[in-house]
Design a binder for this molecule. Structure first.
Ligand code: NDP
Length: 342
């Protein structure tokens, strides 16, 4: 059983491969009430950067020497829990490893007829549900409104934009490369998109970005779906419409500065002048909407109204590199790792 452990905490810097240790361990033995799972796909998500840090957050950090936290889809190999049978396809918090023994009551069975297994980690899983609940329940989008979404081509962003289109909104995406901009505009049907980086890869300055957003959102932004914080957040807030809403879903642009104080100058005057509302979002608060989300999203997928791009790295050993790449924008869609073949 190959697994990935946390070797070192990156403090106020980007993670590097030596912060992880890939190790071959013994095959886990399921105890009473547990199931042994062979993982097929492991999900790599930005929140895991937070788990590498000891800074206070909504969840406990991974211990040094502990298996990196993460969700996976896999097959039950053997079961000591009455609710699971060998061969069942399940979703579980197994961590970054090929096999895991997990309590049966914490395993969710997934229906392969509804969607391909990997989708349960993306469009039909936590990122898709984040997009769905945050946009619809916090954003309350109305037809004709303008929605701006950052990290627009990523796991959450690509779904946000497509749901906003279904709801009759005008959708503008912000992403970090011309290729990603073309993807959301030409393949996902966003009305417009822009690259927040210059051709040399460095971020544009605030004025330039703010003006570009203004040109693409001439009536202002009614809903800003913020996946990134920082520069793009400031430039979006400068263009917020009256009674606009800012959904703070992620702040990935500062995930390498978690040990610093989250204080400083903010555009609060802009909130006041526009009577805008800014609200933090956490997907766990919406657990009661899981079934509604799954059924609605599965129908949209079946009808071809939502499409979803995945970026699959091969083999558990590739997880640290793929994770580091995803944090800096190397991913093309939802980042996954294939940890086993069917
Ligand atoms: P993505 O698939 O979007 O991957 C992360 C992307 O972030 C990168 O591809 C990159 O895209 C972008 N990015 C990285 N650094 C910066 C930067 N400095 N400025 C702007 N963009 C940057 O990840 P997810 O869709 O899984 O997650 C998106 C966000 O949503 C994250 O912040 C995550 O923490 C958050 N999230 C929050 C949840 C909640 O419950 N609150 C649940 C799930 C996700 P690009 O090339 O465009 O820069």
């Amino acid at each position: 059983n190959t697994r990935v452990l946390l070797a070192e905490r990156p403090v106020n810097r980007a993670p590097v491969e030596s912060d992880f240790r890939v190790e071959r361990g013994a095959m886990p033995e399921p105890g009473e009430g547990e199931v042994l799972i062979r993982n097929l796909f492991l999900s790599l998500d930005p929140y895991m950067r937070g788990r590498m840090s000891a800074a206070k957050s909504y969840a406990e950090p991974v211990a040094i020497g502990g298996v990196m936290a993460g969700e996976a889809v896999g097959r039950v190999v053997s079961s000591r829990h009455p609710g699971c049978q060998p061969g069942d396809l399940v979703l579980a918090h197994t961590g970054w490893q090929e096999y895991a023994a997990v309590p049966g009551e914490r395993v969710t069975k997934v229906d392969p007829d509804l969607a391909q297994p990997s989708h349960y980690l993306g469009v039909l899983g936590m990122p898709g549900m984040t997009a769905y609940c945050a946009l619809l329940y916090l954003g309350e989008p109305q037809p004709g409104q303008t929605v701006l979404v950052s990290a627009a081509s990523g796991a959450v962003g690509q779904v946000v934009g497509q749901i906003a289109k279904i709801r009759g909104c005008r959708v503008v995406g912000v992403a970090g490369s011309d290729e990603k901009v073309a993807y959301v505009r030409d393949e996902l049907g966003f009305d417009a998109a822009l690259n927040y980086k210059k051709p040399d890869g460095s971020p544009k300055d605030f004025e330039a970005l703010s003006q570009e957003i203004a040109a693409l959102c001439p009536d202002g932004i009614n809903i800003y779906f913020d996946n990134v914080g920082g520069l793009v957040h400031d430039a979006a807030l400068a263009n917020i419409a009256q009674f606009g809403r800012i959904i703070v879903c992620g702040t990935i642009s500062v995930y390498n500065e978690l040990e610093k104080q989250d204080i400083g100058r903010r555009w609060m005057r802009q909130l006041l002048v526009k009577r805008a509302r800014m609200e933090g979002f956490l997907v766990f608060d919406h657990a009661h909407r899981t079934e509604e989300f799954r059924q609605t999203m599965a129908a949209w997928l079946r009808e071809g109204r939502i499409v979803f791009r995945e970026d699959v790295a091969e083999g558990i050993e590739a997880a640290p590199r793929a994770f580091i790449g995803m944090l800096s924008g190397a991913n093309r869609g939802k980042q996954l790792v294939r940890t086993g073949q069917e």
